[in-house]
Write a protein that binds this ligand. Structure first.
Ligand code: AMP
Length: 376
């Protein structure tokens, strides 16, 4: 099914071509017509499925038909769990918004940065992408009104609840007009989510994308047995041997991430760390550098990795295994996105071997295990 049969305007179809999105992903095929016809949608899909464009495109289409915004009354609200995702979603809105004959005003708001520019930016807002806490602050300050919201999107709703945003989300829902369209996206459908789903959605179109297994097929996984003290040199060997120009390395802690970066830099390999102890400004700068290909190695902790979305990231390295098998799948899923090929390499010490067995069993895939001692 081509994009041209989904009811999108020629301007948006042209923008899709410019992005080299040649055909809609499964979630896009189902979500775009449903959202265009103003239905509620429940999407069980992960990052990597193309879910964002799946709601951004029809929302922009629908907005073309609505009258302009009343002052500080947003039309569309997208709630997301993290600042990184807020920026990412806003950027995807902007990519397609630029192509419209009458572009709309789109803003991302989140905590950890100064509130004043956000307050000023809300004048004449159409689409607001927000993390829950900061949104409530802005509502309290009368900087934005939610009584004209036509469509609410909860993106990565499961993560929003995991991060403790349940009360805030409930409060925000209470501020919205009763008659509106609701789009709920989540990687899983937990009990908490069932509850929100029941209060939020009316007769939803349910879209379930089993992306995990599919997307793992595009990823070549390999693991090396490496002792803890040799992991540093081995990482450098891998980066050089594979001539990696862009690689995301996972560390188990902030401390470890910093240590890995220091060693790489001492060996003249350009690397930076991204984790919760870095300021928001530093995190954004590093992501921008890395995405643009100007930074060779980004070392991340699991929480930070959630918001990283890079087209065709070729390499992911697990310097240490994550504790949860789910996180392993999430980490390696940063590569091989949207059908592109990718390599995921894990450095596994003797102590981690048993845990790696567990991960493979849970994932349902066997990974080729090589003893690094056999490498000259
Ligand atoms: P998402 O699941 O929304 O985080 O999207 C994952 C990645 O897929 C993003 O890098 C998008 O740019 C890309 N993408 C989304 N839709 C398409 C498409 N139809 N064709 C190719 N790539 C896409």
């Amino acid at each position: 099914m081509p994009f041209s049969s989904l009811g999108l305007s020629p301007a948006l179809q042209k923008a899709l071509e410019d992005q080299h999105f040649t055909k809609p992903t499964p979630i896009q095929q189902a979500a775009i017509p449903a959202i265009l016809s103003k239905k509620d949608v429940l999407g069980i899909a992960k990052t990597g499925s193309g879910k964002t464009a799946g709601y951004v495109l029809p929302i922009l289409m629908n907005l073309q038909q609505t009258p302009g915004p009343k002052n500080r009354h947003a039309n569309i609200l997208v709630l997301v769990p993290t600042r990184e995702l807020a920026e990412q979603v806003k950027n995807i809105f902007q990519t397609f918004n630029r192509a419209l004959p009458q572009p709309l005003k789109i803003l991302a708001v989140y905590g950890g940065v100064s509130i004043n520019p956000q307050m000023m930016g809300l004048q004449g807002i159409n689409v607001l992408v927000a993390t829950p806490g900061r949104l409530l602050e802005l509502v309290d300050a009368n900087a934005v009104h939610l009584s004209s919201i036509e469509t609410l999107v909860l993106d990565e709703a499961d993560k929003m609840l995991n991060l403790g945003f349940k009360e805030e989300v409930n409060k925000i829902i209470g501020l919205l007009p009763a008659k509106r369209q609701n789009v709920l996206l989540s990687a899983t459908l937990s009990n908490d989510l069932q509850h929100i789903h029941q209060i939020l959605l009316h007769n939803p179109v349910v879209i379930k994308i089993e992306a995990e297994e599919d997307s793992l097929d595009d990823i070549t996984q390999v693991a090396y047995i490496v002792s803890e003290e040799k992991k540093g040199p081995f990482l450098r060997y891998l980066i050089k041997h594979h001539e990696m120009k862009q690689v995301l390395v996972f560390a188990s802690s902030v401390h470890q991430a910093e240590a890995i970066v220091n060693k790489l830099r001492k060996n003249n390999i350009e690397a930076r760390a991204i984790h919760s102890k870095k300021s928001q400004g530093a995190r954004t700068d590093m992501l921008t550098l890395f995405k643009s290909g100007k930074l060779r190695v980004l070392v991340a902790t699991d929480l930070m990795a959630r918001g990283i979305d890079i087209d065709a990231l070729p390499f992911v390295i697990n310097y240490e295994l994550p504790r949860s098998p789910k996180d392993y799948v999430h980490r390696i899923g940063r590569t091989g996105r949207a059908g592109a090929a990718g390599d995921a390499i894990s450095l596994v010490s003797q102590n981690e071997l048993h845990h790696f067995e567990v991960i493979q069993k849970k994932m349902g895939k066997q990974v080729n295990l090589i003893d690094s001692e056999n490498i000259p």
